[in-house]
Design a binder for this molecule. Structure first.
Ligand SMILES: Nc1ncnc2c1ncn2[C@@H]1O[C@H](COP(=O)(O)OP(=O)(O)OP(=O)(O)O)[C@@H](O)[C@H]1O
Length: 504
């Protein structure tokens, strides 16, 4: 063992089997000379779940990676402390805990919902074997429910006792998150319910929210999701309300008709394949090359792709700075081009800046009609699909909304023109990085609202991956309405202007 006993290092355990724990700034190094498989474990204070001296025994639990690309693993260290080292050990544990929970609550009260049927059906095993041990190590107070049927999570959230919990942890895919927000919306005090943060722990097929919050490396890692439930800070996100046949429901991630709805809802029988089912469904859909039988109308706020990418980077820089100071992310402070119902809107369509009172003068042939008296335009080209939502990833293979901002009060609406099979196959290349965003046939709008009117009776309509009737609907955005926990304070997805992109 190379560690020596200085102010930053604690040595515990019997000689020959001792463990040295070194805390330098926020970095944690654990050296275990008796552990031949993983003798040197590097981590940091954020990943520390608990450290304490109890009955002459030092205990430390934390998450760590074997290498930069590895998933997280749960590590427990414990060792006897000599009587003459008790005081020093106690103060080391206190210092480590103060760093580990700087600005954060300890002993969080968590309501955990586990969907046993999500994705390949691993929810219960994930929970028992990996997630619950993390909450136990962090001394959280946990109240867990394994959902028994579709709609169960929504019922529970509708009746939730709001004073009882610090966060709602959802061990599932996006369908159960959809239920949680709709349960909150039906609560007798919805405003208060939506202030309780939601922490997704991925065990579904798409896990879009988890990917957006934790990033691609950690978005499928249940340890990272569990840690975020303990250590993440509240981040406000917009919700979208979908009104159809006089009924309103809420969506946190996406609404889609055409190719992507067909592949999402039409591949339920391939659930055991995890996210691979979406890739197969996409290929089947391209081969069929069906026109999406709807009319799309929008209240456009922005459609200049370069400007939207620049806005994203401005937003991220500001969110990073704000989060670094441990301040909660405020919905009003950072979003560019805020839209309010009373101010009208400024927008760029086809590269020309317009506002709600000036007629459109596009430089390129515009893909939309002229503004009507109420500020709506209609998309005029034949469609392959419409995909609208918030948050860059809808699954690990598809960054559908690369420039999305969590709380700008605007919906990102993608209208994909019907184009050649080759172009659609080519669009798969780099779609995990959002490269399809730059396709000329992919029209991308930031909209305050949009409307879909089918002109055929049959088709698929998916909201957050759940099937809805194929009938007219309208979507509005509700700024910063829900709260999630986040380790970063912004969607964890990199997206660049083509000239700024790092070489792959
Ligand atoms: N015990 C249960 N039996 C059957 N269905 C359930 C049960 N518990 C929850 N559900 C339903 O399972 C549906 C799918 O769950 P979920 O979205 O979590 O997984 P997924 O579809 O695999 O993931 P993703 O949405 O990320 O692709 C939800 O709509 C939920 O209503």
């Amino acid at each position: 063992m190379t560690a020596h006993s200085d102010a930053n290092t604690l040595i515990v355990g019997a000689q020959g089997r001792s463990t040295a724990v070194t805390l330098t700034g926020d970095s944690l190094l654990v050296q275990r000379n008796a552990d031949k498989r993983w003798p040197r474990v590097e981590s940091n204070a954020y990943h520390v779940l608990w450290a304490e001296l109890k009955g002459g025994l030092f205990n430390l639990s934390f998450l760590a990676r074997r290498s930069a690309e590895s998933p997280l693993a749960l590590v427990h260290v414990s060792g006897n402390v000599r009587i003459d080292a008790l005081e020093r050990t106690a103060s080391f544990a206190t210092r480590l805990m103060d760093k580990a929970y700087a600005g954060l609550k300890r002993h969080k009260k968590l309501k955990v919902l586990v969907n046993p049927k999500s994705g390949p059906g691993n929810g219960i095993a994930h929970y028992n074997e990996r997630i619950e041990p993390v909450f136990h190590a962090a001394r959280c107070i946990v109240d867990s429910t394994f959902t028994s049927y579709g709609g169960h999570a929504q019922e529970l959230m509708r009746e939730l006792d709001l004073d009882q919990y610090d966060a709602i942890v959802v061990v599932s895919g996006d369908g159960s998150i959809h239920e949680v927000i709709n349960g909150f919306a039906e609560h007798r005090d919805p405003e208060q319910a939506f202030r309780i943060p939601i922490a997704p722990v991925p065990s579904g097929s798409g896990n879009g929210l988890s990917l957006n919050i934790l990033g691609v490396q950690d978005g499928y890692d249940v340890y990272a999701g569990a840690l975020n439930a303990i250590k993440g800070r509240p981040m406000h996100i917009d919700l979208m309300s979908v009104t159809q046949n006089g009924q309103r429901s809420f969506s946190f991630m996406s609404q889609t008709v055409g190719l992507f709805a067909d592949l999402d809802l039409g591949t339920e029988w391939m659930r055991c394949l995890g996210s691979q089912r979406f890739v197969l469904g996409y290929i089947f859909g391209i081969l069929r090359k069906t026109r999406c039988p709807v009319q799309l109308s929008l209240k456009v706020v922005e459609s200049d792709k370069r400007k939207m990418a620049q806005d994203l980077n401005t937003y991220r820089a500001s969110a990073k700075a704000q989060y670094a100071q441990h301040s909660p992310i405020s919905p009003s402070a950072q979003a560019p081009t805020p839209w309010t119902a009373t101010s009208g809107y400024a927008s760029t369509i086809g590269g020309t800046t317009v506002n709600s009172t000036t007629p459109l003068e596009p430089k390129r042939p515009s893909p939309v009609s002229e503004l009507d008296a109420d500020g709506w335009v209609t998309f005029t080209k034949p469609l392959s699909y419409v995909y609208a939502g918030k948050g860059p990833y809808v699954s690990k293979d598809l960054m559908q909304f690369p420039v999305s901002i969590p709380d700008d009060g605007l919906i990102d609406v993608v209208a994909q023109e019907l184009t050649t099979r080759k172009a659609m196959i080519d669009a798969m290349e780099g779609s995990e990085h959002g490269d399809q965003y730059w396709m000329d046939t992919q029209h991308y709008f930031r909209a305050a609202a949009y409307r879909i009117e089918p002109y055929k009776a049959s088709g698929c309509f998916s909201v957050d991956g759940e099937g809805y009737p194929f009938a007219s609907f309208e979507v509005e955005c509700h700024r910063g309405m829900a709260t999630v926990l986040s380790p970063y304070g912004y969607y964890q997805a990199e997206f660049y202007l083509p000239e700024d992109a790092p070489r792959k």
